[in-house]
Design a binder for this molecule. Structure first.
Ligand code: GLU
Length: 420
């Protein structure tokens, strides 16, 4: 497996764009205008470690397109972060917010730091240093970050505080905050909830299956994968396999998810599935090939690639992660009639509830969790139906239809503003 040529996030994003741009006959000028980021910022993030040693990280904030509203998108802390990855993820956010039709553009940030390597104090320091260097381009009506891989509500709390020191306290500058600091009920589960809603809708329409008939494999057991698995099981589906970067687990009768969550959260553990003994271990290479109806890649980019795509048994793939399927693997899945629900639809639940959080901050009024979940479902299923309609009209894949719709909306906004 290690000899598989690594396909970059940027290559995947480029292919997503070009395929849809061809379908809607976008001119070369418009392709350049839409694809080129509005602004890219790179900063140095120095840190004195607790042991006295000194190190530096690279931080990025890339504002891809703001034609439809303030730049919106998460901040990722991962040792794999680089400029090209952040750029691809920023562009993905532009189309995600356009597709679900919320009043935002797209952006993304990242620091090439591996959070498990740092203490909490060191992580707080890195977060504050990074924000103190990018704060000038942030703002509730300018650019609104959120959590992504390696960051969480605590990180957002440090950001709101650091931004507040320089601009005055304003919770609307970032979403995914703790409830106590203006976060929204339902935000933490929102991406997983969206994955669940989209999985059930697509399984009904394309596989003719009710929730209780579904066997699901979820790759990734972080915020997205864990919540998607729990909510799918709550609706009656059987989650037959789960995994994280430390290993995969399979149990045909269904994984005891409460047990897996307790394992991850246990005192003194490393917050991974490592050592989980409630199911049979599966190697990373074999995970994509487990027997199931639905496969949910909810971890990293390029997880399904040309070397493991032939083993995929699922008839439906739901992209919980951003950019998890390489172009060649995508073509192979399409050729075999496997339905792929693209990331900009499947995982949009998070940014939709980020929009609700931002709205609540401006209103200074908290909505109930039931209200949040209800509105999330309405917005997401409307986007799902819009994509189905577009797919029908274009005779395309779901991915091509979703990107065609989204790119079309960005172009319309640019034209209205008088961009070209
Ligand atoms: N990082 C998440 C994503 O990729 C959420 C972004 C947000 O809420 O702004 O969609």
């Amino acid at each position: 497996m290690s000899n598989v040529p690594k396909v970059s996030a940027y290559e995947i994003a480029s292919r997503n764009f070009e395929r849809a741009a061809d379908l809607i006959d976008l001119t070369p000028e418009w392709r350049t205008l839409v694809r080129t980021p509005f602004r890219e910022m790179k900063v140095e993030v120095p840190l004195y470690r607790d042991d006295g040693s000194f190190t530096t990280f690279s931080g990025y904030r890339i504002q891809h397109n703001g034609a439809r509203g303030p730049f919106k998108g998460g901040i990722r802390f991962s040792s794999l972060v680089d400029e090209q990855e952040v750029k691809a993820l920023a562009e993905t956010m532009t189309y995600k917010t356009a597709l679900v039709d919320i009043p935002f553009g797209g952006g993304k940030g990242g620091v090439n730091v591996n959070p498990p390597d740092l203490t909490d104090r060191e992580l707080e320091h890195v977060t504050r240093r990074y924000i103190s260097r990018i704060h000038l381009i942030l703002g509730p009506n300018r650019d609104v970050p959120a959590p992504d891989m390696g960051t969480n509500a605590q990180t957002m709390a440090w950001i709101v505080d650091q931004y507040g020191r320089q601009h005055g306290y304003n919770p609307a500058v970032v979403t995914g905050k703790p409830l106590e600091l203006g976060g929204s009920p339902g935000r933490e589960q929102a991406t997983g909830r969206g994955v669940m809603l989209i999985t059930l809708a697509a399984a009904k329409d394309h596989l003719g299956k009710a929730p209780a008939d579904l066997r699901i494999a979820v790759q990734g057991f972080g915020n997205v994968g864990m919540n998607a698995a729990l909510l799918l099981a709550e609706r009656g589906a059987t989650v037959v396999a789960i995994s994280d970067h430390t290993g995969g687990y399979h149990r045909a009768e269904g994984i005891d998810l409460e047990g897996a969550v307790a394992h991850v959260r246990r005192e003194g553990g490393d917050r991974t599935l490592r050592g989980y003994d409630g199911a049979d271990a599966v190697s990373a290479d074999d995970f994509m090939g487990v027997d199931c109806d639905v496969l949910v890649p909810a971890a990293i980019e390029a997880a399904i690639h040309s070397d493991n795509v032939d083993s995929v048994q699922a008839r439906l793939v739901v992209e919980g992660a951003n950019l998890p399927v390489t172009p060649r693997a995508d073509a192979a899945l399409n050729d075999r009639g496997v339905i792929v629900v693209p990331d900009i639809l499947a995982n949009a639940g998070g940014v939709i509830v980020s929009y609700f959080e931002w709205s609540q901050n401006f209103q200074q009024y908290r909505w109930s969790e039931a209200d949040v979940n209800d509105r999330l479902e309405r917005i997401l299923l409307k986007a799902y139906r819009d994509v189905a309609e577009k797919q029908e009209a274009l005779g395309s894949t779901m991915r091509e239809a979703a990107f065609a719709l989204a790119i079309g909306r960005v172009v319309t906004a640019e034209k209205l503003r008088g961009a070209l």
